[in-house]
Ligand binder design. Structure first.
Ligand code: AMP
Length: 281
């Protein structure tokens, strides 16, 4: 695997590959890699001739400075995981490389997609995220790019951006990889204290138990049950729990909705914030 820090060098390496008609797969990450990231790399390797990962902790998408400063960084372990999974290139630019001058966000109205859930609780987050994803897709110009369903709203917004900006890249959504006890893998899980880590499976567990379309409960009643079962641990506070239409991300209030629905949640622990989602079908 070759590690590259400069856009120009990346372009020098990738242009001949693309021009020769080979397919390329791209997996953008913020590092502190785990099995969730590895699953995206493996999928890309199985579907493309060449796989490129990026590691860049994007300051523009952090709405809290403390969260940015405390974001876990483990470059050596990250390289090992990428090599083990047969990644060909890793792009690790500096902040100056990605944002020469001042940070300017992509001029694209995300509309209602960015007004709900994460968009509501993390103002500016999606504008920053979409800016870096756009820049990285322009730079790498991949055949396909791989994203986790773990960040369900992010995936929907990326699909929207790619369509609006007319990018010719296949966006591939990949299933959430979980720990054996059901907790969705996340770089932020290492910021849970031991007590929180032990109780954290309640987040997925309560959604799986209550957030099912075949339930005779109303959506409001389900919300109450999910929140109650998570908050009774006294370790977590639920920021939101919504059942949303999968494409538009708009919350639904009854089961009459025939479209694909998704239950989405954000939970605060003492030093971190976790998100998860499941299909209700
Ligand atoms: P991050 O490094 O957190 O920005 O994530 C990089 C990519 O990995 C994003 O597309 C995430 O959705 C994806 N990802 C993170 N955690 C998981 C997981 N547990 N399962 C599958 N994909 C994941």
């Amino acid at each position: 695997m070759e590690a590259i820090a400069y856009s120009k060098l990346l372009n020098n390496r990738l242009s001949p590959i693309t021009e020769s008609g080979k397919t390329t797969g791209f997996v953008p990450t913020m590092g502190a890699l785990h099995e969730g990231h590895a699953s995206l790399i493996r999928k890309s390797v199985s579907e493309n001739d060449v796989t490129i990962a990026s590691i860049f902790v994007n300051p523009a998408q952090f709405n809290e400075k403390g969260d940015l400063d405390n974001y876990p960084r483990m470059p050596i372990e990250d390289h090992n995981l990428l090599v083990m999974n047969k990644c060909d290139f890793v792009f690790e630019p500096s902040i100056e490389e990605m944002y020469p001058g001042k940070v300017e966000v992509l001029d694209l109205d995300l509309g209602v997609l960015s007004k709900v859930m994460e968009g509501k609780y993390r103002p500016g987050h999606f504008e920053g995220m979409i800016t870096i994803v756009y820049k990285l897709l322009k730079l790498t110009n991949p055949t396909r790019a791989y994203f986790g369903e773990k960040d369900f709203q992010q995936l929907a917004i990326i699909r929207f951006m790619v369509k609006k900006m007319g990018l010719k890249v296949g966006i591939i959504g990949c299933p959430t990889i979980r720990e054996a006890d059901g907790l969705a893998m996340s770089s932020r899980n290492i910021r849970l204290n031991p007590e929180e880590r032990a109780e954290a499976p309640v987040i997925f567990g309560s959604m799986r138990k209550f957030a099912v379309r075949s339930s005779s409960d109303s959506i409001d009643a389900i919300r109450k049950k999910v929140i109650e079962s998570i908050e009774k641990t006294r370790l977590f506070r639920v920021e939101y729990f919504e059942i949303v239409e999968a494409e538009t991300l708009q919350p639904v209030s009854d089961w009459m909705e025939r479209k694909e629905l998704r239950a989405c949640i954000a939970v605060k622990a003492s030093h971190t914030r976790l998100i998860d989602n499941i299909s209700v079908d």
